[in-house]
Write a protein that binds this ligand. Sequence first.
Ligand code: ADP
Ligand code: F6P
Length: 328
Amino acid sequence: MSDKKVTRIGVLTSGGDAPGMNAAIRAVVRTGLYNNLEMFGVMRGYSGMIENDIQPMESRSVANIIQRGGTVLKTARCKDFFEPEGRQKAYDNLKSRGINGLVVIGGDGSFKGALKFSKEFDIPCIGLPGTIDKDIAGSDFTIGFDTAVNTAIEAIDKIRDTADAHDRLFIIEVMGRDAGYIALHSGLATGAEHIIIPERKTDIEDVISSLQEKERRKKLVNMIVVAEGGETGGAEGIKNIIKQRLPATDTRICILGHIQRGGSPSCIDRLNASRMGYHAVESLLVGRHNVMVGIVNNRMHYTPLEKAVKAKQRISDEWIKMVRILAS
Ligand code: ADP
Ligand code: F6P
């Protein structure tokens, strides 16, 4: 806890955008204004801090955005923030406006930046987990995951219709360079026969023999949901192996890509983003500094940024087992 009074807060979105970021921005700005604080929007993540692209925010600045995907503050990946000179520039710009508190909405990379910044300078930072990947420990939810996974299941359900009509094998690639949550949740929710994620070594022989066994019992419609990252090389990689090993199998791939990042946020994402945004400002006001605000068991949960950047959300073996049993 710190007793330094926060009076002017900057808010930014950084890294990959996620549906619900706007709801979080709105909650941060309006909670700050309610508490008579001055609020500022930093454009394009840490780039706006370095380039002094910072705007005062009023209540009307965040009107009509709760339902919109993307982020009105725009987002970016900013190389200069990795360098001490870049962070110094960012600090000087915040300082010149009297900004003495920062809310960073982003993924673990953005939190790494916030942690460094908060250690080097006297500006406390609060992180809000904003990523469709859900790969952040210390929160049952990340802003954007629920919407992304619902977008994925809507698409996968449609693909199953056409797979069924043609008796085809479909390999569907979802997002997740290092994280398999979208694959796991969307695969389980759509009854996928196999799910391939970066966190687990894929036994491709097991996938092949299972497909052969299904062919023997004339179960020709099969769905494999694969995360984009990992050793197997996404949908293309799996397709190539299947083509070699089971040349007679009628196989198609579908890469869902960035449609998973866009669109109007789900109710869950809007609510969680609003709760997290509200508690980000409350945290700054009560001196609970340099933490990530999360939700665990439906209660607010605060993880020191130091810990949040190290811990990864783990995938339980039971989930993997369940996928197998339910899709047999
Ligand atoms: P995400 O927040 O979605 O994980 P990135 O990993 O791309 O996205 O990180 C977003 C931005 O956060 C980076 O472009 C950079 O500006 C900042 N950042 C990430 N890691 C660090 C770090 N180790 N030191 C300083 N800044 C960092
Ligand atoms: O962080 C979310 C994420 O969607 C990852 O799953 C994905 O690999 C990455 O962002 C792609 O980001 P971009 O296309 O913006 O480089």
